[in-house]
Design a protein around this ligand. Structure first.
Ligand code: TXE
Length: 481
Protein backbone atom coordinates (compact mmCIF):
# COMPACT_ATOMS: atom_id res chain seq x y z
CA UNK A 1 0.00 0.00 0.00
CA UNK A 2 1.41 3.39 -0.97
CA UNK A 3 1.95 5.84 1.88
CA UNK A 4 1.46 9.58 1.67
CA UNK A 5 3.55 11.54 4.12
CA UNK A 6 3.55 15.07 5.41
CA UNK A 7 6.25 17.50 4.36
CA UNK A 8 7.47 19.58 7.29
CA UNK A 9 10.57 21.73 7.58
CA UNK A 10 12.10 20.42 4.40
CA UNK A 11 11.62 16.72 5.05
CA UNK A 12 9.08 14.12 4.12
CA UNK A 13 7.93 12.72 7.41
CA UNK A 14 5.37 10.52 8.96
CA UNK A 15 2.83 12.01 11.27
CA UNK A 16 3.80 12.43 14.92
CA UNK A 17 0.91 10.14 15.80
CA UNK A 18 0.41 6.83 14.06
CA UNK A 19 -2.88 7.63 12.39
CA UNK A 20 -3.47 6.98 8.72
CA UNK A 21 -6.53 7.30 6.59
CA UNK A 22 -7.50 5.41 3.46
CA UNK A 23 -7.32 6.98 0.04
CA UNK A 24 -9.63 5.55 -2.63
CA UNK A 25 -9.37 5.27 -6.37
CA UNK A 26 -12.85 6.42 -7.46
CA UNK A 27 -12.71 4.51 -10.75
CA UNK A 28 -12.37 1.16 -8.95
CA UNK A 29 -13.92 2.00 -5.59
CA UNK A 30 -10.86 0.49 -3.90
CA UNK A 31 -8.36 1.80 -1.37
CA UNK A 32 -4.98 2.28 -3.03
CA UNK A 33 -3.02 4.40 -0.56
CA UNK A 34 -2.93 5.63 3.00
CA UNK A 35 -2.18 9.17 4.04
CA UNK A 36 -0.97 10.66 7.29
CA UNK A 37 -3.68 12.09 9.54
CA UNK A 38 -1.85 15.10 10.90
CA UNK A 39 -1.97 15.90 14.59
CA UNK A 40 -1.87 19.26 16.37
CA UNK A 41 1.82 18.52 17.07
CA UNK A 42 2.46 18.20 13.33
CA UNK A 43 0.79 21.55 12.82
CA UNK A 44 2.84 23.17 15.57
CA UNK A 45 6.03 21.77 14.01
CA UNK A 46 5.00 23.03 10.57
CA UNK A 47 4.10 26.49 11.89
CA UNK A 48 7.37 26.72 13.81
CA UNK A 49 9.28 25.78 10.65
CA UNK A 50 7.30 28.28 8.57
CA UNK A 51 7.86 31.07 11.10
CA UNK A 52 11.55 30.26 11.26
CA UNK A 53 11.85 30.39 7.47
CA UNK A 54 9.82 33.56 7.01
CA UNK A 55 12.38 36.34 7.53
CA UNK A 56 14.88 34.88 5.08
CA UNK A 57 12.27 34.03 2.46
CA UNK A 58 10.65 37.46 2.70
CA UNK A 59 14.09 39.04 2.29
CA UNK A 60 15.01 36.83 -0.68
CA UNK A 61 15.17 38.98 -3.82
CA UNK A 62 12.09 38.60 -6.00
CA UNK A 63 14.25 37.38 -8.89
CA UNK A 64 15.50 34.49 -6.73
CA UNK A 65 12.02 33.59 -5.56
CA UNK A 66 10.97 33.61 -9.21
CA UNK A 67 13.85 31.30 -10.12
CA UNK A 68 12.73 28.76 -7.54
CA UNK A 69 9.13 28.83 -8.78
CA UNK A 70 10.29 28.38 -12.37
CA UNK A 71 12.50 25.47 -11.37
CA UNK A 72 9.54 23.86 -9.61
CA UNK A 73 7.51 24.30 -12.80
CA UNK A 74 10.29 22.59 -14.80
CA UNK A 75 10.34 19.66 -12.39
CA UNK A 76 6.56 19.23 -12.60
CA UNK A 77 6.63 19.44 -16.39
CA UNK A 78 9.37 16.82 -16.61
CA UNK A 79 7.06 14.51 -14.66
CA UNK A 80 3.83 15.39 -16.45
CA UNK A 81 2.88 11.79 -17.03
CA UNK A 82 3.48 10.77 -13.39
CA UNK A 83 1.46 13.71 -12.08
CA UNK A 84 -1.33 13.13 -14.61
CA UNK A 85 -1.60 9.45 -13.70
CA UNK A 86 -1.62 10.23 -10.00
CA UNK A 87 -4.26 12.93 -10.41
CA UNK A 88 -6.46 10.69 -12.50
CA UNK A 89 -6.20 7.80 -10.01
CA UNK A 90 -7.00 10.10 -7.07
CA UNK A 91 -9.94 11.96 -8.65
CA UNK A 92 -11.43 9.53 -11.19
CA UNK A 93 -11.08 12.15 -13.94
CA UNK A 94 -10.00 11.05 -17.44
CA UNK A 95 -6.24 10.67 -17.67
CA UNK A 96 -6.30 12.77 -20.85
CA UNK A 97 -7.89 15.67 -18.93
CA UNK A 98 -5.31 15.47 -16.15
CA UNK A 99 -2.52 15.36 -18.76
CA UNK A 100 -3.84 18.18 -20.93
CA UNK A 101 -5.40 20.50 -18.37
CA UNK A 102 -4.51 19.85 -14.73
CA UNK A 103 -0.76 19.33 -14.93
CA UNK A 104 0.02 22.01 -17.53
CA UNK A 105 -1.97 24.44 -15.41
CA UNK A 106 0.15 23.63 -12.34
CA UNK A 107 3.27 24.57 -14.27
CA UNK A 108 1.53 27.63 -15.71
CA UNK A 109 0.50 28.82 -12.23
CA UNK A 110 4.08 28.49 -10.98
CA UNK A 111 5.54 30.32 -13.97
CA UNK A 112 2.89 33.01 -13.92
CA UNK A 113 3.57 33.87 -10.29
CA UNK A 114 7.31 33.66 -10.84
CA UNK A 115 6.71 36.54 -13.27
CA UNK A 116 4.35 38.29 -10.87
CA UNK A 117 7.00 38.23 -8.12
CA UNK A 118 9.18 40.42 -10.32
CA UNK A 119 6.47 42.64 -11.79
CA UNK A 120 4.25 43.35 -8.79
CA UNK A 121 4.41 46.99 -7.82
CA UNK A 122 2.72 49.31 -5.38
CA UNK A 123 1.43 52.85 -5.60
CA UNK A 124 2.75 56.23 -4.61
CA UNK A 125 0.64 59.37 -4.20
CA UNK A 126 2.18 62.82 -4.32
CA UNK A 127 0.41 65.64 -2.45
CA UNK A 128 0.54 69.27 -3.60
CA UNK A 129 1.13 70.30 0.01
CA UNK A 130 4.64 68.84 -0.07
CA UNK A 131 4.28 65.26 1.04
CA UNK A 132 4.54 61.97 -0.74
CA UNK A 133 2.91 58.68 0.15
CA UNK A 134 4.25 55.34 -0.86
CA UNK A 135 2.58 52.05 -0.13
CA UNK A 136 4.68 49.16 1.05
CA UNK A 137 3.27 45.75 0.19
CA UNK A 138 4.64 43.38 2.80
CA UNK A 139 4.09 39.64 3.04
CA UNK A 140 1.68 38.50 5.74
CA UNK A 141 3.84 35.84 7.38
CA UNK A 142 2.65 32.24 7.60
CA UNK A 143 -0.44 31.64 5.48
CA UNK A 144 -2.79 28.67 5.14
CA UNK A 145 -3.77 27.30 1.72
CA UNK A 146 -6.67 24.82 1.77
CA UNK A 147 -7.82 23.24 -1.47
CA UNK A 148 -10.53 20.85 -2.69
CA UNK A 149 -10.56 17.55 -4.56
CA UNK A 150 -11.90 18.46 -8.00
CA UNK A 151 -8.76 20.15 -9.41
CA UNK A 152 -6.37 19.10 -6.66
CA UNK A 153 -2.89 20.29 -7.58
CA UNK A 154 -4.16 22.86 -10.07
CA UNK A 155 -5.93 24.74 -7.25
CA UNK A 156 -3.32 24.12 -4.58
CA UNK A 157 -0.60 25.56 -6.82
CA UNK A 158 -2.91 28.49 -7.63
CA UNK A 159 -2.65 29.44 -3.96
CA UNK A 160 0.87 28.35 -3.04
CA UNK A 161 2.53 30.09 -6.01
CA UNK A 162 1.33 33.66 -5.27
CA UNK A 163 1.78 33.16 -1.52
CA UNK A 164 5.44 32.33 -2.15
CA UNK A 165 5.91 34.94 -4.84
CA UNK A 166 4.77 37.59 -2.36
CA UNK A 167 7.27 36.38 0.25
CA UNK A 168 5.07 34.38 2.62
CA UNK A 169 5.69 30.94 4.03
CA UNK A 170 2.96 28.36 3.68
CA UNK A 171 1.03 25.64 5.44
CA UNK A 172 -0.81 23.80 2.68
CA UNK A 173 -3.58 21.26 3.11
CA UNK A 174 -4.90 19.35 0.12
CA UNK A 175 -8.25 17.60 0.27
CA UNK A 176 -8.16 14.32 2.17
CA UNK A 177 -9.88 12.74 -0.83
CA UNK A 178 -7.02 13.62 -3.20
CA UNK A 179 -3.70 13.96 -1.34
CA UNK A 180 -1.38 12.16 -3.78
CA UNK A 181 -0.26 14.91 -6.15
CA UNK A 182 0.38 17.35 -3.30
CA UNK A 183 2.63 14.69 -1.78
CA UNK A 184 4.49 14.13 -5.06
CA UNK A 185 4.77 17.91 -5.43
CA UNK A 186 6.23 18.30 -1.93
CA UNK A 187 8.97 15.81 -2.81
CA UNK A 188 10.22 18.27 -5.44
CA UNK A 189 10.49 21.30 -3.16
CA UNK A 190 14.06 20.92 -1.98
CA UNK A 191 15.27 20.01 -5.49
CA UNK A 192 13.70 23.21 -6.76
CA UNK A 193 15.63 25.16 -4.16
CA UNK A 194 12.86 25.93 -1.67
CA UNK A 195 14.51 26.34 1.73
CA UNK A 196 13.19 24.11 4.55
CA UNK A 197 10.06 25.46 6.22
CA UNK A 198 9.00 27.71 3.33
CA UNK A 199 6.23 25.33 2.26
CA UNK A 200 4.85 22.65 4.54
CA UNK A 201 2.19 20.19 3.41
CA UNK A 202 -0.07 18.60 5.99
CA UNK A 203 -2.53 15.85 5.16
CA UNK A 204 -5.72 15.06 7.00
CA UNK A 205 -9.40 15.74 7.27
CA UNK A 206 -11.11 19.10 7.01
CA UNK A 207 -12.74 18.87 10.43
CA UNK A 208 -9.40 17.81 11.94
CA UNK A 209 -6.23 19.42 10.65
CA UNK A 210 -8.14 21.76 8.30
CA UNK A 211 -9.99 23.40 11.16
CA UNK A 212 -6.80 23.50 13.27
CA UNK A 213 -5.01 25.40 10.49
CA UNK A 214 -7.91 27.85 10.36
CA UNK A 215 -7.82 28.31 14.15
CA UNK A 216 -4.05 28.53 14.58
CA UNK A 217 -3.18 31.96 15.99
CA UNK A 218 0.14 32.17 14.13
CA UNK A 219 -1.44 31.67 10.69
CA UNK A 220 -2.22 35.10 9.35
CA UNK A 221 -4.50 34.35 6.41
CA UNK A 222 -6.47 31.54 4.84
CA UNK A 223 -6.97 31.06 1.14
CA UNK A 224 -9.71 28.48 0.73
CA UNK A 225 -11.49 26.87 -2.20
CA UNK A 226 -14.30 24.45 -1.43
CA UNK A 227 -17.93 24.16 -0.48
CA UNK A 228 -20.04 27.13 0.61
CA UNK A 229 -20.90 25.55 3.95
CA UNK A 230 -17.22 24.99 4.76
CA UNK A 231 -16.50 28.57 3.71
CA UNK A 232 -19.12 29.74 6.17
CA UNK A 233 -17.55 27.65 8.96
CA UNK A 234 -14.14 29.15 8.19
CA UNK A 235 -15.53 32.69 8.12
CA UNK A 236 -17.23 32.17 11.50
CA UNK A 237 -14.16 30.62 13.12
CA UNK A 238 -11.83 33.37 11.98
CA UNK A 239 -14.15 36.33 12.60
CA UNK A 240 -12.90 36.97 16.13
CA UNK A 241 -9.28 36.95 15.01
CA UNK A 242 -9.94 39.16 11.95
CA UNK A 243 -7.85 36.83 9.81
CA UNK A 244 -7.50 37.74 6.19
CA UNK A 245 -9.69 35.40 4.14
CA UNK A 246 -10.11 34.56 0.51
CA UNK A 247 -13.05 32.21 -0.07
CA UNK A 248 -13.79 30.70 -3.46
CA UNK A 249 -16.96 28.67 -2.97
CA UNK A 250 -19.72 26.97 -4.90
CA UNK A 251 -21.67 27.92 -7.98
CA UNK A 252 -24.93 27.21 -9.80
CA UNK A 253 -23.93 28.96 -12.95
CA UNK A 254 -26.33 30.03 -15.68
CA UNK A 255 -25.52 29.37 -19.30
CA UNK A 256 -27.75 31.75 -21.26
CA UNK A 257 -28.43 30.82 -24.87
CA UNK A 258 -30.18 33.37 -27.07
CA UNK A 259 -31.97 32.38 -30.27
CA UNK A 260 -29.56 34.46 -32.38
CA UNK A 261 -26.48 32.51 -31.27
CA UNK A 262 -24.32 30.19 -33.34
CA UNK A 263 -26.24 27.10 -32.23
CA UNK A 264 -23.51 24.54 -32.96
CA UNK A 265 -20.96 26.53 -30.99
CA UNK A 266 -23.38 27.06 -28.14
CA UNK A 267 -24.17 23.35 -28.04
CA UNK A 268 -20.50 22.43 -27.88
CA UNK A 269 -20.02 25.05 -25.20
CA UNK A 270 -23.01 23.86 -23.19
CA UNK A 271 -21.72 20.28 -23.19
CA UNK A 272 -18.24 21.38 -22.12
CA UNK A 273 -19.63 23.71 -19.47
CA UNK A 274 -22.01 21.11 -18.12
CA UNK A 275 -19.92 17.99 -18.13
CA UNK A 276 -16.18 18.67 -18.12
CA UNK A 277 -14.55 16.90 -15.18
CA UNK A 278 -17.88 15.08 -14.56
CA UNK A 279 -19.47 18.44 -13.79
CA UNK A 280 -17.23 18.72 -10.74
CA UNK A 281 -15.97 22.27 -11.37
CA UNK A 282 -17.30 25.28 -9.51
CA UNK A 283 -17.53 27.11 -12.87
CA UNK A 284 -19.70 24.47 -14.56
CA UNK A 285 -22.82 25.75 -16.29
CA UNK A 286 -25.46 23.64 -14.57
CA UNK A 287 -28.47 25.86 -15.34
CA UNK A 288 -29.00 26.03 -19.07
CA UNK A 289 -31.39 28.84 -20.03
CA UNK A 290 -32.48 28.65 -23.67
CA UNK A 291 -34.62 31.15 -25.55
CA UNK A 292 -38.02 29.74 -26.56
CA UNK A 293 -37.52 30.15 -30.33
CA UNK A 294 -34.72 27.55 -30.44
CA UNK A 295 -35.56 25.59 -27.30
CA UNK A 296 -36.77 22.37 -28.99
CA UNK A 297 -33.93 22.33 -31.52
CA UNK A 298 -31.37 23.03 -28.79
CA UNK A 299 -32.74 20.36 -26.45
CA UNK A 300 -32.56 17.77 -29.20
CA UNK A 301 -28.97 18.70 -30.11
CA UNK A 302 -27.94 18.72 -26.48
CA UNK A 303 -29.43 15.36 -25.62
CA UNK A 304 -27.86 13.66 -28.62
CA UNK A 305 -24.43 15.12 -27.74
CA UNK A 306 -24.74 14.16 -24.07
CA UNK A 307 -25.85 10.62 -24.95
CA UNK A 308 -22.68 10.30 -27.05
CA UNK A 309 -20.38 11.06 -24.09
CA UNK A 310 -18.42 7.95 -23.15
CA UNK A 311 -18.49 7.10 -19.45
CA UNK A 312 -15.87 4.68 -18.22
CA UNK A 313 -12.29 3.85 -17.34
CA UNK A 314 -10.32 7.11 -16.95
CA UNK A 315 -7.32 5.39 -18.56
CA UNK A 316 -9.21 4.76 -21.78
CA UNK A 317 -8.42 7.46 -24.34
CA UNK A 318 -12.04 7.39 -25.57
CA UNK A 319 -13.46 8.23 -22.14
CA UNK A 320 -15.15 11.62 -21.77
CA UNK A 321 -16.54 11.12 -18.27
CA UNK A 322 -14.66 9.41 -15.48
CA UNK A 323 -15.81 8.51 -11.98
CA UNK A 324 -17.26 10.82 -9.34
CA UNK A 325 -14.99 11.58 -6.43
CA UNK A 326 -16.53 9.33 -3.76
CA UNK A 327 -19.33 6.95 -3.01
CA UNK A 328 -20.93 9.62 -0.81
CA UNK A 329 -20.78 12.11 -3.68
CA UNK A 330 -22.26 9.54 -6.08
CA UNK A 331 -25.14 9.06 -3.61
CA UNK A 332 -25.54 12.83 -3.36
CA UNK A 333 -25.76 13.23 -7.15
CA UNK A 334 -28.16 10.29 -7.51
CA UNK A 335 -30.19 11.77 -4.64
CA UNK A 336 -30.55 15.04 -6.54
CA UNK A 337 -31.70 13.17 -9.64
CA UNK A 338 -34.38 11.50 -7.48
CA UNK A 339 -35.32 14.92 -6.11
CA UNK A 340 -35.57 16.32 -9.65
CA UNK A 341 -38.13 13.62 -10.48
CA UNK A 342 -40.07 14.34 -7.27
CA UNK A 343 -40.09 18.02 -8.13
CA UNK A 344 -41.73 17.21 -11.45
CA UNK A 345 -38.68 17.23 -13.71
CA UNK A 346 -38.20 14.89 -16.63
CA UNK A 347 -34.78 13.30 -17.07
CA UNK A 348 -34.20 13.42 -20.81
CA UNK A 349 -31.07 11.29 -20.72
CA UNK A 350 -28.64 9.71 -18.29
CA UNK A 351 -28.91 9.95 -14.55
CA UNK A 352 -28.39 6.28 -13.80
CA UNK A 353 -25.39 4.69 -12.13
CA UNK A 354 -23.02 3.13 -14.66
CA UNK A 355 -21.07 -0.06 -13.96
CA UNK A 356 -18.39 -0.43 -16.62
CA UNK A 357 -17.02 -3.88 -17.42
CA UNK A 358 -13.64 -4.90 -16.08
CA UNK A 359 -11.53 -3.15 -13.46
CA UNK A 360 -13.96 -0.26 -13.02
CA UNK A 361 -17.05 -2.37 -12.24
CA UNK A 362 -17.16 -1.10 -8.63
CA UNK A 363 -16.30 2.51 -9.47
CA UNK A 364 -18.52 5.53 -8.84
CA UNK A 365 -19.84 6.42 -12.28
CA UNK A 366 -23.05 8.13 -13.30
CA UNK A 367 -24.37 8.74 -16.80
CA UNK A 368 -24.43 12.48 -17.63
CA UNK A 369 -27.95 13.78 -17.24
CA UNK A 370 -30.12 16.47 -18.78
CA UNK A 371 -33.31 17.48 -16.95
CA UNK A 372 -36.17 19.70 -18.05
CA UNK A 373 -39.51 20.87 -16.75
CA UNK A 374 -38.40 22.25 -13.38
CA UNK A 375 -39.25 25.64 -11.93
CA UNK A 376 -36.35 28.05 -11.43
CA UNK A 377 -36.92 28.17 -7.69
CA UNK A 378 -36.99 24.42 -6.94
CA UNK A 379 -34.19 22.81 -4.95
CA UNK A 380 -32.73 21.02 -7.98
CA UNK A 381 -32.28 24.39 -9.68
CA UNK A 382 -31.08 26.18 -6.56
CA UNK A 383 -28.63 23.83 -4.85
CA UNK A 384 -25.17 22.95 -6.08
CA UNK A 385 -25.17 19.34 -7.27
CA UNK A 386 -21.55 19.39 -8.45
CA UNK A 387 -22.00 16.46 -10.82
CA UNK A 388 -22.82 15.73 -14.47
CA UNK A 389 -26.32 17.18 -14.31
CA UNK A 390 -27.68 20.05 -16.40
CA UNK A 391 -31.16 21.51 -16.00
CA UNK A 392 -32.80 23.09 -19.04
CA UNK A 393 -35.15 26.06 -18.69
CA UNK A 394 -36.80 28.13 -21.42
CA UNK A 395 -37.05 31.93 -21.40
CA UNK A 396 -38.77 34.42 -23.66
CA UNK A 397 -36.77 37.63 -23.59
CA UNK A 398 -33.61 39.27 -22.27
CA UNK A 399 -35.22 40.55 -19.07
CA UNK A 400 -36.50 37.12 -18.19
CA UNK A 401 -33.10 35.57 -18.94
CA UNK A 402 -31.37 37.97 -16.56
CA UNK A 403 -34.02 37.47 -13.87
CA UNK A 404 -33.69 33.67 -14.10
CA UNK A 405 -29.90 33.86 -14.12
CA UNK A 406 -29.94 36.00 -10.98
CA UNK A 407 -32.51 33.86 -9.17
CA UNK A 408 -29.81 32.10 -7.22
CA UNK A 409 -27.99 32.52 -3.95
CA UNK A 410 -24.76 31.82 -5.86
CA UNK A 411 -22.97 34.22 -8.18
CA UNK A 412 -19.76 32.72 -9.48
CA UNK A 413 -19.87 32.54 -13.28
CA UNK A 414 -22.18 32.91 -16.26
CA UNK A 415 -21.95 32.30 -20.00
CA UNK A 416 -23.88 34.22 -22.65
CA UNK A 417 -24.35 32.92 -26.18
CA UNK A 418 -25.55 35.41 -28.81
CA UNK A 419 -24.38 37.09 -32.03
CA UNK A 420 -25.75 40.43 -30.79
CA UNK A 421 -22.75 41.98 -29.07
CA UNK A 422 -24.75 44.82 -27.54
CA UNK A 423 -27.08 42.34 -25.94
CA UNK A 424 -24.09 40.37 -24.63
CA UNK A 425 -22.61 43.48 -23.04
CA UNK A 426 -25.94 44.44 -21.45
CA UNK A 427 -26.51 40.99 -20.01
CA UNK A 428 -22.89 40.76 -18.85
CA UNK A 429 -23.43 43.98 -16.94
CA UNK A 430 -26.63 42.87 -15.23
CA UNK A 431 -25.85 39.27 -14.43
CA UNK A 432 -24.75 38.75 -10.81
CA UNK A 433 -21.46 36.89 -11.16
CA UNK A 434 -17.74 37.32 -10.64
CA UNK A 435 -16.89 35.97 -14.11
CA UNK A 436 -18.84 36.23 -17.34
CA UNK A 437 -17.98 34.50 -20.61
CA UNK A 438 -19.41 35.58 -23.94
CA UNK A 439 -19.66 32.88 -26.61
CA UNK A 440 -17.26 30.67 -24.70
CA UNK A 441 -16.73 28.95 -21.37
CA UNK A 442 -13.76 28.63 -19.03
CA UNK A 443 -11.24 30.51 -21.09
CA UNK A 444 -8.92 31.69 -18.35
CA UNK A 445 -6.35 34.45 -18.55
CA UNK A 446 -4.32 34.10 -15.35
CA UNK A 447 -4.05 37.88 -15.02
CA UNK A 448 -7.80 38.31 -14.49
CA UNK A 449 -9.70 38.33 -11.19
CA UNK A 450 -11.32 35.05 -10.22
CA UNK A 451 -14.00 34.72 -7.56
CA UNK A 452 -17.68 35.13 -6.91
CA UNK A 453 -20.41 37.24 -5.40
CA UNK A 454 -23.24 36.28 -3.04
CA UNK A 455 -22.68 32.79 -1.59
CA UNK A 456 -19.99 31.99 -4.14
CA UNK A 457 -17.38 33.61 -1.98
CA UNK A 458 -15.46 36.56 -0.78
CA UNK A 459 -12.46 38.27 -2.33
CA UNK A 460 -10.68 37.59 -5.58
CA UNK A 461 -7.67 35.56 -6.60
CA UNK A 462 -5.83 35.65 -9.90
CA UNK A 463 -3.21 37.98 -11.30
CA UNK A 464 -2.16 40.77 -8.97
CA UNK A 465 -5.35 40.21 -6.93
CA UNK A 466 -3.61 37.20 -5.39
CA UNK A 467 -0.48 39.26 -4.78
CA UNK A 468 -2.62 41.87 -3.05
CA UNK A 469 -4.33 39.21 -0.96
CA UNK A 470 -1.03 37.75 0.16
CA UNK A 471 0.43 41.13 1.14
CA UNK A 472 -0.55 43.82 3.61
CA UNK A 473 -0.46 47.38 2.29
CA UNK A 474 1.25 49.88 4.56
CA UNK A 475 1.13 53.52 3.60
CA UNK A 476 4.16 55.66 4.45
CA UNK A 477 3.67 59.42 4.24
CA UNK A 478 6.80 61.60 4.00
CA UNK A 479 6.69 65.38 4.40
CA UNK A 480 9.47 67.08 2.48
CA UNK A 481 8.85 70.82 2.32
O1 TXE B 1 -15.80 20.24 0.24
P1 TXE B 1 -15.11 20.91 1.47
P2 TXE B 1 -16.48 18.81 0.15
C1 TXE B 1 -18.75 21.97 -3.17
C2 TXE B 1 -19.54 20.90 -3.89
C3 TXE B 1 -19.38 19.73 -3.02
C4 TXE B 1 -19.45 20.39 -1.67
C5 TXE B 1 -18.84 19.61 -0.55
O2 TXE B 1 -20.88 21.27 -3.94
O3 TXE B 1 -20.40 18.77 -3.18
O4 TXE B 1 -18.73 21.58 -1.82
O5 TXE B 1 -17.56 19.12 -0.94
C6 TXE B 1 -11.28 21.25 3.79
N1 TXE B 1 -11.75 23.86 8.16
N2 TXE B 1 -17.39 22.11 -3.65
O6 TXE B 1 -17.17 18.43 1.41
O7 TXE B 1 -15.46 20.19 2.74
C7 TXE B 1 -11.32 19.87 3.18
O8 TXE B 1 -10.52 18.98 3.93
C8 TXE B 1 -10.78 23.89 7.24
C9 TXE B 1 -17.12 23.26 -4.45
O9 TXE B 1 -15.48 17.87 -0.32
O10 TXE B 1 -15.42 22.32 1.38
C10 TXE B 1 -10.79 20.17 1.80
O11 TXE B 1 -9.37 20.29 1.85
N3 TXE B 1 -10.80 23.14 6.14
C11 TXE B 1 -15.70 23.46 -4.70
C12 TXE B 1 -11.41 21.53 1.48
O12 TXE B 1 -11.75 22.08 2.75
C13 TXE B 1 -11.86 22.33 5.94
C14 TXE B 1 -14.78 22.33 -4.74
C15 TXE B 1 -12.66 21.49 0.63
O13 TXE B 1 -13.57 20.60 1.19
C16 TXE B 1 -12.91 22.26 6.86
C17 TXE B 1 -15.18 21.25 -3.87
C18 TXE B 1 -12.84 23.08 8.02
N4 TXE B 1 -13.80 23.08 8.95
C19 TXE B 1 -16.46 21.17 -3.39
N5 TXE B 1 -13.82 21.37 6.40
C20 TXE B 1 -15.25 24.60 -5.54
N6 TXE B 1 -15.55 25.84 -5.12
O14 TXE B 1 -14.58 24.42 -6.53
C21 TXE B 1 -13.35 20.89 5.23
N7 TXE B 1 -12.16 21.45 4.95
Amino acid sequence: MEKIYNYIDGTVQSTGGSDWFDVYEPATGKVYAQAAESSPDDLDAAVEAARGAFDDWAATPAADRARVLNRLADLVEERTEDFAEAESIDTGKPLSLARNVDVPRVAANLRFYAGAAEHFASESHAMESGAINYTLRQPLGVVGCISPWNLPLYLLSWKIAPALAAGNTVIAKPSELTPMTAYLFSRLFSRAGLPPGVVNVLHGTGAGIGQQIVDHPAIAAISFTGGTRTGETIARSTAGRFKKLSLELGGKNPNIVFADCDVERALDGAVRAGFTNQGEICLCGSRLLVQSGIYDEFREGLVSRVRALQVGDPNDAATDQGALISEAHLEKVLGYLGLAREEGGEILCGGEQVRPDGRCADGWFVAPAVIEGLSAGCRTNQEEIFGPVVSLMPFDDEDEAVALANQSRFGLAASIWSRDIERCLRVAKHVEAGLVWVNTWMVRDLRTPMGGVKQSGMGREGGFESMRFFTEPKNVCVRYD
